[in-house]
Write a protein that binds this ligand. Structure first.
Ligand SMILES: Cc1cc2nc3c(=O)[nH]c(=O)nc-3n(C[C@H](O)[C@H](O)[C@H](O)COP(=O)(O)O)c2cc1C
Length: 268
């Protein structure tokens, strides 16, 4: 008998088999899995652009919130238009036009060996640091600098926390701080999102009159005083230590210190 007639015999036997036969059950299960996986894959691909847009919008909402400008009644894209994004070269503390600030991807840059460095001392637990980051300037109606919004990130207890710190035009007074992404425990480390805790940052200062970085997140204030102290989260000391480390890293010599110097001396 030829292969073809053997195949016909197999197909006929399969079709003639009862609906609850092993062969038909397996066939239906496999077919269902294939169709379902095709639908899931197609949906994931189709939704990717929408997810990217939503991610971008969420970041913009966070920048508006940390600058105290978020109004749910106002279109996010319109409100965000008030900000001037700039790509900052961390090493020089100056802006660069090597990249388009509107599309520069800080996280991709941190993963790229050509645009990032591996940290030896890594108190923020970030592994690699991008040499370039996107910062956002906010100007008043006269065009004078009003606030500067700086991205910050670092490891807490369970996750890397990503957020922004908003500074007044003097580059030393804190207007606000907030994280837009983390996986700390709800009710414990995730209390970094609690409006009451976030409000503690407003009015605090980064450095003292000698220019020494003094801002600290701790259970008790340091000798520098209350102006430089944010209370640690109760029951979440480890996340608080992470936030202390990451804020001090980004505001220090390896982070924005030179940029903030340039800002204070009007060199930008
Ligand atoms: C399931 C579980 C989740 C926890 N999540 C966090 C957390 O997200 N952040 C944190 O700092 N501590 C967390 N802790 C508590 C820490 O283990 C530690 O006890 C706490 O940071 C000490 O804070 P305290 O000195 O203020 O009590 C968690 C503990 C458990 C059992």
């Amino acid at each position: 008998m030829s292969d073809n007639s053997e195949n016909k015999g197999f197909i006929r036997r399969f079709l003639d088999a009862p609906a609850d036969s092993v062969g038909k059950t397996v066939f239906v299960a496999v077919a269902l899995c294939l169709v379902a996986s095709m639908i899931v894959s197609a949906t994931a691909v189709a939704l990717r652009p929408t997810q990217e847009i939503n991610k971008q919008k969420d970041k913009q909402v966070n920048i508006l919130q940390v600058a105290g400008l978020y109004d749910p009644a106002v279109d996010v894209t319109d409100a965000f238009g008030k900000f001037e994004p700039q790509v900052l070269e961390i090493e020089t503390g100056t802006f660069t036009d090597k990249f388009d600030a509107a599309t520069f991807d800080d996280r991709a840059s941190a993963d790229n060996p050509e645009t990032s460095i591996e940290l030896d001392e890594d108190p923020a637990g970030i592994g690699r640091q991008s040499k370039y980051v996107t910062v956002y300037l906010l100007r008043d109606d006269a065009g004078e600098l009003d606030k500067v919004i700086l991205p910050i990130h670092g490891y807490g207890l369970w996750s890397t926390l990503y957020g922004f710190i908003a500074l007044e035009e003097n580059g030393n007074d804190i207007f606000g701080l907030q994280f837009y992404s983390h996986a700390e425990t709800p009710g414990l480390g995730a209390e970094v999102d609690n409006p009451r805790w976030k409000s503690l940052w407003s009015g605090k200062k980064l450095s003292d009159d000698n220019g020494d970085l003094q801002i600290t997140v701790a259970k008790t204030a340091t000798a520098a005083g209350a102006d430089f102290h944010v209370d640690a989260l109760a029951g979440a000391t480890l996340t608080s230590v992470g936030v202390d480390n990451l804020v001090r890293f980004w505001m220090g010599e390896e982070g924005y210190a030179l940029f903030l110097e340039n800002l204070k001396s009007g060199d930008l």
